[in-house]
Write a protein that binds this ligand. Structure first.
Ligand SMILES: *Cc1c(COP(=O)(O)O)cnc(C)c1O
Length: 354
């Protein structure tokens, strides 16, 4: 039976990527060697890394615009720390839109004063605050583009007079944005780009070199740039599978093409949430994420029936995060419209039964 994988992360990857990735484990590009047993300094792997960097810049339309691409380890969580280590001299300002922003704030506080510009914590992060203006007397402004747990997404990024740092872990490569607005973008690979293990960092080089503290090697962006993400052994397999996923995206028409599909999936999903009287959405309508749809059953007596119907239909990974409850359908790039339609059919079948 086909399983419809709505997992929030690690999450669905394109079938053809999984196939190619598994081939590389036995015989990488007909070299007679596994990708897992060659040197990260071999030409074969350096070609992978170079192509991954190029493809990322190409997809984001950031080629020749002063950006560097790094593939690091430690996940987005390490970037909470690393970004502050390298960029926070006195004061930084944050938009708090969920648990991940909250964690980024906590790490940054180790390095300087942190100003929470606006927060939606008062209503369990079910909306994106909009009524704020970014101060000019801070080292940078940090935000989270898509709040994976709560199902909200920033639709419009305000123009930012100071360096703009964005955690795009759960919506990178999903929609067209003017990426030149951002000075530092980071994302754990395992939501919308590849398997766990690699973290992509896209950084405008000219924001570096402004803090006075000493930065340990493994935390130092400048050093990582100078060493081409090879200061130590990079996560080779995760980088390779991320490359395959980026190439899959490029071949289907890039971000513009996937954005259309993602929009359609979101419309199909949220229409059902809104029209079906058994369900209600969690996030405020104008801030709804096209990646993670959060909703719940109004009458929890139907929970057992609904969940056995989901199982029957091959739907997996839709349980909500413990801090929100209910359900969460993650509709990352590799999830097909067909999977969303299958979920929506089950929801409407529940209505006809109830
Ligand atoms: C999953 C997630 C993280 C944490 O990523 P790790 O790679 O596990 O550290 C951070 N931010 C957002 C928005 C996420 O979705």
């Amino acid at each position: 039976m086909k399983i419809h994988n709505f997992s929030a992360g690690p999450s669905i990857l394109p079938q053809e990527v999984l196939l190619k990735a598994s081939e590389s484990v036995m015989d990488f590009n007909e070299s007679g060697l596994s990708l897992l047993e060659i040197s990260h300094r071999s030409k074969a792997f350096i070609d992978v890394l170079d192509e991954a960097k190029e493809t990322a810049l190409e997809l984001l339309n950031l080629k020749n615009k002063g950006y560097e691409v790094l593939f690091l380890q430690g996940g987005a969580s390490n970037q909470f720390l690393m970004s502050a280590y390298n960029l926070l001299e006195t004061k930084a300002t944050f938009l708090n839109t969920g648990s991940w922003s909250d964690k980024a704030i906590k790490e940054a506080k180790l390095f300087g004063s942190v100003h929470e510009l606006a927060s939606s914590k008062d209503s369990n992060f079910n909306y994106i605050p909009k009524n704020y203006s970014i101060p000019t007397d801070c080292d940078y402004f940090h935000c989270t583009s898509n709040n994976t747990i709560f199902g909200t997404q920033i639709k419009n990024f305000k123009s930012c007079p100071i360096p703009l740092i964005c955690d795009m872990s759960s919506d990178i490569f999903s929609r067209v944005l003017d990426f030149t607005k951002f000075d530092l973008i980071y994302a754990g690979a395992q939501k919308n780009m590849g398997p766990a293990g690699a973290t992509i960092v896209i950084i405008k080089e000219d924001i570096l070199g402004k803090v006075t503290r000493e930065i340990p090697s493994m935390m130092n962006y400048k050093l990582m740039i100078d060493k081409g993400s090879m200061f130590n052994t990079p996560p080779v397999f995760s980088i390779y599978v991320s490359l395959l996923t980026m190439k899959w995206l490029k071949n289907m028409g890039g971000i513009k093409a996937i954005e259309e599909i993602n929009k359609t999936k979101a419309i199909v999903m949220y229409s059902e949430v809104d029209l079906n009287p058994l369900f209600k959405g969690f996030a405020s309508i104008e801030d709804r994420s096209s990646m993670n749809a959060t909703f719940s059953l109004i009458n929890t007596d139907l929970k057992v029936t609904f969940e056995s119907m989901l199982k029957e239909a091959g739907i997996d990974g839709v349980n909500g995060h413990r801090s929100v409850g209910g359900y969460r359908a993650s509709m990352y790039n590799a999830l097909s419209l067909d999977s969303v339609k299958t979920l929506v059919e089950v929801m409407s079948e529940l209505e006809s039964k109830a």
